[in-house]
Design a binder for this molecule. Sequence first.
Ligand code: BGC
Length: 309
Amino acid sequence: MKYAIGIDLGGTSIKYALVDKAGNSFFEGKLPSFASVSAAKVMEQLIKAATLLKDEAAKQNWTVLGIGLGTPGIVDETNRIVLGGAENIVGWENIDVASLMEKQMSLPVVVGNDANLMGLGETKYGAGRGCTHVVFLTVGTGIGGAVIIDGKLFNGYANRGTELGHVPLIANGERCACGAIGCLEHYASTAALTRRFSALAKEQKLSFDTEINGELIVRLYHENFPLAVECMNEHFYYLGRGIAGFVNIFSPQRIVIGGGVAESGSFYLEKIRAVVKKHVIADCALDTKIVAAELGNKAGLIGAASLIL
Ligand code: BGC
């Protein structure tokens, strides 16, 4: 059997596995990415992950065809160089990641934007299966997007496209980490949700025993805790408005949403659907189904490996 090493680099961790052509993954693992330390440290972790899998494949007598890597930010049109736009990874700019990895691993390396590859993975093997037109959103620290048109990943000219998290939502809003004003990501990411909740909690002199994160806010929302209800409703509103725009532009068969909070239950999708319904051009929206991602945090590495297989 032939396999590819699939790696998904994130701001917190590096997820990796050996993947076969049917999208099955083996020897999955996770390492810290050390994204706040340095690009060199991140490279070290990527090599560590790839080496673990290469050694494992050798033990099994499996053939490894190459390495597919998903990374936040913009990757050049040769699918080798990270140009920038990954605000969560220190110094992750103008780095020829593919050449650096190829030198150390002696395997071909293909690099793509993390969200694009998650969208590709979900369309081939997950919640977008059987569809030719899919819009994928990953809602986490950032918001990433992928657009599949006529069954193919749409990358925009020179691979710079489909940064759906950086579509302006609020004209006179706050500044996003990318430097622009009012981006969808700045208002509708999980980071935005926790930021808003923390700020209001401080104002209201509320304190919590555990770390404030998406999971806590969702739990409090289900308990009808007023601040959590307020912040979640705001989150649904911003994300729903953004999605309504994507429905109007692309008229996809499915909008697939991934990410921790987004995958926390059907209530989430119902709330989003209600906002989207109010804000789309009605006829255009008729067939768009808004669904949760199915591959969980494996979508990115499976999509990345599919570039090789
Ligand atoms: C970045 C995207 C990335 C997304 C998800 C955003 O902040 O701009 O390139 O796909 O986060 O990681």
